[in-house]
Design a protein around this ligand. Structure first.
Ligand SMILES: NC(=O)c1ccc[n+]([C@@H]2O[C@H](COP(=O)([O-])OP(=O)(O)OC[C@H]3O[C@@H](n4cnc5c(N)ncnc54)[C@H](OP(=O)(O)O)[C@@H]3O)[C@@H](O)[C@H]2O)c1
Length: 348
C-alpha cells in the first residue's frame, strides 16, 4: 500500500481538546503487524481519560481507542493472517501512548498480529468491537491473580469459585464468561435487571450489590455450595466488599493458598487492605516479551477457539452512537454519564 493513501481519523490535537476528524496518511504494516479496515469501535472509560486528561499520551497529535471490529486489508511479511479476514482487534494505544497509527478511532489502524482474533461470520463487526478490552482485561485479572495461561483449568468437581463484583460491566461480563470456561463456579453482583442475562453468560448465582446483606449472602451461598472462593475480580472499585468475602475463605479448603483480589479500578494509598488477602491492580504483563505471549494466547488462540465453537458470546448489549467518527465525542460524553449493561459502539 502506498504511503500517499489517506484515511479519516478522529485525532486529539492537544490535551483536553475534543476529537477532531481529519485525513491522515495510511501506514504500511511492519513485519508483525496488520492493517485493519475499521468498521466499528467500542468505547471504554480509558478513552475518556486519554481524551480529557492526556492520560498515557506522550505527544500530540494522538489517536486513541482500543476496541475494533473490522477486516484485515494488509499484513506484514511475518504474519499468517490473510487480507480479507474479519477480526476483532485490541488496539495498543495505551501501550504506545497514543502514537497515531495505532489508535482505534480511525478508518485504518495498525495492530500487532498478536492483538487480533478472527471472528466467525455470525459475529457482526459491532459485536466484534466488544471483545478486545473485555476479554483481555478479564484474562489480565486471572493473570494478576496468579492463574496460568491455560484452558480447562478446573472441572466443577474441583469446587473452585470466583467472585466477579460488577458483573454487568463490560469487563465483568468477560470475567464471568472466561471464569466459567476455566471451570470456576461464578458468583457475581449486579442490578437485578441483569441477573437473568448474567446467568446465561455463566454466572451460577447473582446478587444485588445494593443489598446491604450482599456480602453475607455471597459468603453463605459459596459455603453452602461447598465452594473454595479465593479469587475475586473487582470491576467496580468495591475492594472492601470483595475483601470481606475473601477473608472468610482464607483458612478454608485444601492448599490454603492466599486469596487473591484483582481490582480493575486504579488503586491508591487509601485502597483497603486485609491481612492474609492479596490485592493487586489488574494488569497485563509489563515485560514486553511476556505481554506479547499473553496477547497471543488470549486473542490468537483462546478467544478464537471459543468464538469458533460458539462458547464465547460478545457481551454486554450494544447501543450504537450515531454519526460515525464525528459521533465519538458525543459517545464518550455519554459514557462518562454512566451506562448499565451496555457498550456504546460507533460504526466507522
Ligand atoms: N485495569 C484495566 O486494565 C482496566 C481495563 C478496562 C477497564 N478498567 C476499569 O474497570 C472499570 C469497569 O470498566 P467497564 O468498561 O467494564 O465499565 P462499564 O461497562 O461502563 O461499567 C458499567 C457497569 O458498572 C456496574 N457498576 C457500577 N457500580 C457498581 C457497584 N458498586 N457494584 C457493582 N457493579 C457496579 C453497573 O452495573 P449495573 O448496571 O448492574 O448497575 C454498570 O452496568 C472502569 O473503572 C474502568 O476504568 C480497567
Amino acid at each position: 500500500m502506498s504511503s500517499t493513501n489517506q484515511h479519516a481519523a478522529a485525532t486529539l490535537e492537544s490535551k483536553g481538546s475534543p476529537l477532531t476528524v481529519v485525513s491522515r496518511p495510511t501506514p504500511t504494516p511492519g513485519p508483525n503487524e496488520v492493517l485493519v479496515d475499521v468498521k466499528a469501535v467500542a468505547l471504554n472509560p480509558i478513552d475518556c481519560y486519554m481524551r480529557d486528561f492526556g492520560f498515557m499520551i506522550n505527544s500530540y497529535p494522538a489517536v486513541v481507542g482500543s476496541d475494533i471490529g473490522g477486516t484485515i486489508v494488509a499484513v506484514g511479511p511475518s504474519v499468517s493472517f490473510k487480507p480479507g479476514t474479519r477480526v476483532a482487534a485490541f488496539a495498543p494505544t495505551f501501550f504506545v501512548q497514543g502514537v497515531p497509527d495505532y489508535g482505534a478511532f480511525q478508518a485504518k489502524a495498525l495492530i500487532p498480529a498478536t492483538n487480533v482474533t478472527t471472528v466467525p461470520d455470525n459475529v457482526s463487526f459491532n459485536e466484534a468491537s466488544l471483545l478486545g478490552m473485555s476479554v483481555v482485561t478479564a484474562w489480565s485479572g486471572w493473570y494478576t491473580a496468579g492463574l496460568p495461561l491455560q484452558d480447562n483449568l478446573y472441572t466443577p468437581a474441583d469446587k473452585k469459585g470466583v467472585l466477579v463484583w460488577g458483573g454487568a460491566s463490560s469487563i465483568g461480563t468477560g470475567a464471568i464468561q472466561s471464569a466459567k470456561m476455566l471451570g470456576f463456579t461464578v458468583y457475581t453482583t449486579a442490578s437485578p435487571k441483569h441477573h437473568a442475562y448474567l446467568k446465561t453468560l455463566g454466572a451460577t448465582a447473582t446478587f444485588d450489590y445494593k443489598d446491604e446483606n450482599a456480602v453475607t449472602k455471597i459468603v453463605q451461598t459459596a459455603k453452602g455450595d461447598g465452594i473454595d472462593l479465593r479469587i475475586a475480580f473487582d470491576a467496580a472499585g468495591q475492594v472492601r466488599s470483595c475483601l470481606d468475602i475473601l477473608k472468610e475463605f482464607k483458612n478454608a479448603g485444601a492448599g490454603r493458598t492466599t486469596p487473591q483480589l484483582a481490582t480493575a479500578v486504579a488503586m491508591s494509598d487509601h485502597t483497603p487492605q486485609e491481612d492474609g488477602v492479596e490485592v493487586k491492580f489488574v494488569a497485563a504483563p509489563t515485560d514486553e516479551r511476556a505481554r506479547t505471549e499473553f496477547f497471543a494466547f488470549v486473542m490468537n488462540r483462546w478467544l478464537r477457539g471459543k468464538l469458533e465453537n460458539g462458547e464465547y458470546r460478545p457481551s454486554p448489549g450494544i447501543k450504537v452512537v450515531e454519526g460515525g467518527l464525528e459521533g465519538l465525542n458525543r459517545g464518550l460524553d455519554e459514557l462518562k454519564g454512566g451506562v448499565s449493561g451496555t457498550k456504546l459502539v460507533v460504526e466507522v
